[in-house]
Design a binder for this molecule. Sequence first.
Ligand code: NAP
Length: 277
Amino acid sequence: MTKNILPQTPYAEVIGDPIAHSKSPLIHKFWLEKLAMEADYRACHVSAAELPGYIEQRSADPDWRGCNVTIPHKIAMLDLVADPGGVREKIGAMNTIVRQADGSLMGTNTDAAGFLAPIADSDWSRKHAVVIGAGGAARAVLFALKQAGIGEITIVARNGLKATGLLVQASVKGGVLPMDARLPKADLLINASPLGMTGKPPLEVDLDPLPGDALVYDLVYAPLETKLLRAAKKRELAVVDGLDMLIGQAALAFELFFGATPPMEHDEELRKLLVAG
Ligand code: NAP
């Protein structure tokens, strides 16, 4: 967790344990380069035991603009920094920490807005969404869908109690189904579980109950085209892949760290880099 860059260079980081797999440095460095900004973004391995010390050390460093937070620190962060937006109650996890000019730190969650960005043009009121998984990403998804005015949410999860808790916290109408249940007729299907990720089993789900105008959104981005998205495309359903959310949440964090809007006109080039790397 040593700082190892030129002094006076503003920088931000992504922290987690493990951290080597993170795509965040590639995204932020791509934008910094396109904007010709003198700043840096790097991955920093921080274990759970090191987290309080990391926060104390970095908050005293005026060059440090903040950090993105990944597994396993998204919940622990709630107790370490200010929460002006009420993220604890609304989502229950922080993924972005920003250092203010006076050295104080505030946390927020850009996953929810990043998730919503690619589907924000549609009207989701009175619509039915199915969310697979009941972990950290599902929390952000439920909050975002609630914000978008969703009519009803069904959570498909192996832990029914946890899923019910999420529905209650998000205060949305809905229900919970086990993993092997037949999907209900829904307008939006979201995979917020790691199923389908490289190294994990595929998500086995029958898409037949979905109507022809349903949208299938997979948060998994490695691989980019999961078995779920392939099946959805075969049925000619609209699809959104995990890179859209990844880039969307990073864009919001970039603005908070560096005070500049990312050059989104280069999105296609960035997507190609992310797929290749
Ligand atoms: P997480 O907090 O560990 O939650 C994973 C959820 O999936 C949990 O509810 C877990 O069940 C469930 N699950 C895991 N393995 C399962 C299995 N074999 N069968 C059934 N359910 C299973 O992880 P997360 O942070 O929510 O991330 C979930 C996925 O979203 C990951 O693939 C991650 O890469 C992706 N993600 C993508 C983005 C993006 O920007 N595109 C952002 C965040 C996350 P239990 O509750 O029973 O443990």
